[in-house]
Write a protein that binds this ligand. Sequence first.
Ligand code: SAT
Ligand code: MN
Length: 586
Amino acid sequence: MSTPLESWVEESARLTKPSKISWCDGSQAEIERLTDEMLRDKTFVGLNRKTYPNCYLHRSNPNDVARTEGLTFICTHKKEDAGPTNNWMAPADAKEKVRPLFDGCMKGRTMYVVPYIMGPANSPYSKVGVEITDSAYVVANMRIMSRMGKVALDRLGSSSDFVPGLHSVADLNPERRFILHFPEEKLIWSIGSGYGGNALLGKKCFALRIASWMAREQSWMAEHMLILGLEDPSGKVTYMAAAFPSACGKTNLAMMVSALESQGYRVWTIGDDIAWMHIAEDGTLRAINPEAGFFGVAPGTNVKTNPNVMSALHHDTIFTNVALTDSQEPWWEGMDSAAPAGLTDWHGNSYTSGKAPAAHPNSRYTVRASQSASISSRWEDPAGVPISAFIFGGRRARVAPLVYESYDWQHGVFVGSTMASETTAAATGAVGVTRRDPMAMLPFCGYNMADYFGHWLSMGPKLKKAPKIFHVNWFRRGADGKFLWPGYGENVRVLKWMLDRIEGRAGANETAVGFVPKPNSLTLDGLSISRETIDELLRVDAGDWADEDQAVGKFFEKFGSRLPAALGEQHKALGERLSGSSVATR
Ligand code: SAT
Ligand code: MN
């Protein structure tokens, strides 16, 4: 008798008709063989063996360079269960439409069966997925991003408890590209793209869209959050989880080299993109990082913005759509000052400066988390780490102060649900447009967001001590259009303020939007920043916030009567505080 996995693999092979089926074991021999094949068929370009051993460059099809949210669907029986912020198709219609595209799509190709675990191999919170794909590049990435191969098959045994994901690059035609999620049967179908979150199905498709659905059913949380530990001078580590939209600096924050290291404050990395959090028996919220690697944005990454990842990238790394120097080293905008002579752009053409960027703005590196010097000794703790704070944030040129703390859990959920950010190159579409992106989950919530807010509201009271909820904005600009806050390693000063709030040490002013630091409660020594700049960073502008309040009202209208009443009340209370005389600024 075949196992549920074997049956699904057979069924998928009957549909896609590959010439060969290869079960991936995750071994060294396997990756060496795949790498050789990819070097031969030009999927991979080998990089400098001395300075970048075991590193490869992949150039994707120019029409396939980012997640495609418009082609991503949540397929539930009832449209309302997908909600107003997701694209929806009925499951039967979706299958009828997309099955013909899978029919025979692997003819003449190898079908790889990729079993993987999301989460540490021995954690009770981890889950097994199996991706079927015809892309060796996907296999190589999954080997870095998850615990892939034999370890996953061993965990699964003959059980049916895995999330199947069927993937084919097919003809890479965006007209025939679909990223389909069937949360009711915990199934993923993805066709027509080989890029990032569209194709590495363990990441956004499983660990966020499908897992968010499971988490609501089972009273846990699957969130688009980094996890970090802030060590204080006594050696005590406090864990925080932060949600920012794609390409807003989660990786850099999670791997930060602290500007306050000489004072004993250090940052340790648990994860940079996704957090799965469960209520433990002691009433704490325990977070694991379901991933095993980082799929980070390359442009803007340098020894100042993320020194830890820069050293991690010097071996065993896959680069996608970056530029190439004449000594076969990767290069991207913002790596160092000027583009070196003899550069090849991400298309593989010789680069002319002043024209389009040499590296694609959403070019990426894929690297094992364990290669970072900042990795926490507890990053694979099967019990997870206890979360003391949530941080929401985004890119806002105006409005949002550098940091503020919500009044309580309910208000914090309101703050998260009204998050907004200027869009980035991580998804196709216009860049720099402000959009509401609640909890940074807009593209990743696998069900009706109104119900998701309800789930959030319900979680706080179940915890013995709910995490404090903060909001940050590193991206506020002054009248001259320049960033007011230096960011990167200096962000530890904001984390330290949060820690001091958690410990009841730091002062704050109560404003209409939440608690804002008293300027003297921020640790600013060693930083040359004027008092005026700090005041501007912390300012709650009544006019800006009145506009914000209106925009929130409009956004909430989308959800109609499904919006939890508590959020409507929070919105009303904000309006009252704004129109009252309570807008204190310092
Ligand atoms: O979804 S991706 O993995 O391509 C990257 C992101 O959007 O965070
Ligand atoms: Mn992300």
